[in-house]
Write a protein that binds this ligand. Structure first.
Ligand SMILES: Cc1ncc(COP(=O)(O)O)c(C=O)c1O
Length: 188
């Protein structure tokens, strides 16, 4: 997607705290020789490792973006369903300089056939995004959007997420137990 609009994607290494900033394979080293304008991250659930970006790494990334006049795309595609640890604030919530474009989807939390996502952008960028959406995609179902707005407005989405989190935490624990038993069985 980025390449098709003329951007040159540059891979950045990830460690146990998320996207690396320091070191020879970190963002700062890469940005030393190239003008980096946009950083794409999935901090709640790095794809494909599943690593959660730490709070200190989030703050460092925001500071870097501010110092380097860059934007961050925060793709928070699977943030609703976490089963362990304390939730960490989104980059978008930590940002006070309008550096973050927050992207979310209803594919996971509701169902993929809904085909609805959303982007939260700094106020100054709303006209640009409205125009881009108008030019490249007028296909989102109005009926689905109205129904979803009603669903959210009446508090059903929040209730649904709570209920599903409970069910899925239980399912994840069961899978974990099966996995441990299978490991023990194969070790015996
Ligand atoms: C990295 C990433 N971002 C976003 C999404 C959500 O995409 P969509 O809304 O098209 O289902 C996915 C789906 O698995 C994903 O892997």
């Amino acid at each position: 997607m980025f390449s098709s609009s003329g951007a040159v994607p540059l891979p950045v290494a990830v460690d146990q705290a998320g996207l690396k900033l320091d070191g020879p394979d970190g963002l700062k080293a890469i940005a030393a020789s190239r003008r980096v304008r946009l950083v794409y991250v999935t901090p709640s659930h790095q794809f494909p490792t599943g690593v959660l970006m730490s709070l200190s790494r989030r703050l460092a990334l925001l500071q870097w973006a501010q110092e380097n006049n860059a934007l961050i795309v925060e793709d928070d595609y699977d943030s609703e369903f976490r089963y362990s640890g304390r939730p960490i604030p989104a980059l978008q919530g930590l940002d006070s300089h309008g550096r973050v474009l927050y992207v979310g989807t209803f594919s996971k939390v509701m169902f993929p056939g809904l085909q609805l996502g959303y982007v939260v952008v700094p106020e100054s960028l709303i006209p640009v995004f409205r125009q881009a959406k108008w030019l490249c995609d007028r296909q989102s179902s109005l009926l689905n959007q109205y129904a979803l707005t009603d669903f959210i407005g009446k508090g059903h989405l929040a209730k649904h997420v709570r209920r599903m989190r409970h069910c899925l935490r239980w399912a994840a624990a069961c899978i974990g137990c099966c996995f441990t038993s299978a490991q023990q069985a194969s070790a015996d």
